[in-house]
Design a protein around this ligand. Structure first.
Ligand code: GLY
Length: 308
């Protein structure tokens, strides 16, 4: 049975993704189409166009896509100047002998494979970026940040102001029973240039295997990388845990890191029986979206709160 599951900021991409599945399209096509909608929305401050920039004012995007049928995967990280990193990640998977390209190499690959560069910084995201910089920094100082030798103190100070940052996750199952999973983000605002989160790291922010299920993360990427959270969820399901127990165990794995660093991690997942589930380590809760063959509109579901 066809199914689309997305993180809380994925609603606008659900119907286009589902339409692809209803017309016999693949899970990979559905995931890519759903995420492209979110990447194109300039009001979405943590994904694609309008994403918040790094400390020197450059929007660097991370994305990954994985095919649960073949375990093929493609990722791009710290990619500047292209609106749809999810599509470039898919090209990495389908056209290159590699699984992961970053920075200038990823941009070069995007241009070589037909993507047009674009300006990702909007008036709003520029304003938010400037508000996070030290008040003592003049306009000239802001312009000179790209050449400045010392950025670390500014990064440390600025990231303390982060109230929230986001990522979009999509999981789809097509009429042939194949699963795919995609993740896209601009990562932390005011991050150090070149910082990669969990989203492009296969096994950390994204993992899918038709035989067992799929999982994708949002939240504090530095913690998710250290616990290989998405892969853990799928591995726990492979070892016989229910999807709920698998997600809860993956959150408990993060407990020492969450206790030390704070922040939160959210997981959306689908098991091999097509059951969706979502969980968060945040006491504030949250939600995710599900649409399946029988439903006309996406359904908003609460993430189960597991404070480890
Ligand atoms: N989870 C997204 C990030 O940390 O970049």
């Amino acid at each position: 049975m066809i199914l689309v599951v997305a993180s809380g900021n994925g609603e606008a991409g659900m119907v286009p993704a589902m339409e692809i599945l209803r017309h016999g399209g693949s899970a990979l096509d559905a995931v890519e189409a759903g995420i492209r909608v979110i990447e194109s929305d300039p009001a979405e401050s943590s994904v694609g166009l309008g994403g918040l920039p790094n400390v020197v004012g450059e929007v660097e995007l991370d994305a990954s896509i994985m095919d649960g049928r073949t375990l093929a995967a493609g990722s791009v990280g710290a990619l500047a100047g292209f609106e749809h990193p999810i599509s470039i990640a898919r090209r990495v998977m389908e056209l290159s002998p590699h699984a992961f390209l970053v920075g200038d190499g990823a941009a070069r690959f995007a241009a070589e494979t037909g993507f047009s560069p674009c300006m990702l910084l909007t008036a709003r995201s520029r304003r938010v970026w400037q508000q996070g910089l030290p008040e003592s920094l003049s306009a000239q100082g802001r312009r000179g940040l790209r050449r400045r030798g010392e950025l670390l103190p500014m990064v440390r100070q600025a990231v303390e102001r982060i109230s929230q940052h986001g990522t979009v996750d999509f999981i789809a199952r097509d009429a042939n029973g194949n699963l795919a999973c995609g993740v896209s983000t601009s990562g932390w605002p005011w991050k150090y240039p070149g910082r990669l989160g969990d989203s492009p790291v296969i096994g950390a922010g994204n993992y899918v295997d038709n035989r067992y299920g799929a999982a994708a993360c949002t939240g504090y990427g530095e913690l998710v990388i250290r616990c290989s959270t998405a892969h853990s969820v799928v591995l726990y399901m492979r070892m016989g845990k229910s999807i709920r127990a698998a997600c809860r165990s993956a959150i408990h794995d993060l407990a020492p890191l969450l206790a030390t660093h704070g922040g939160a991690v959210n997981i959306v997942a689908v098991d091999r029986e097509n059951r969706p589930f979502g969980v968060t380590s945040s006491a504030k809760g949250g939600y995710y979206w599900v649409v399946s063959e029988g439903s006309a509109t996406p359904e908003k579901r609460a993430l189960e709160v597991v404070v480890p």
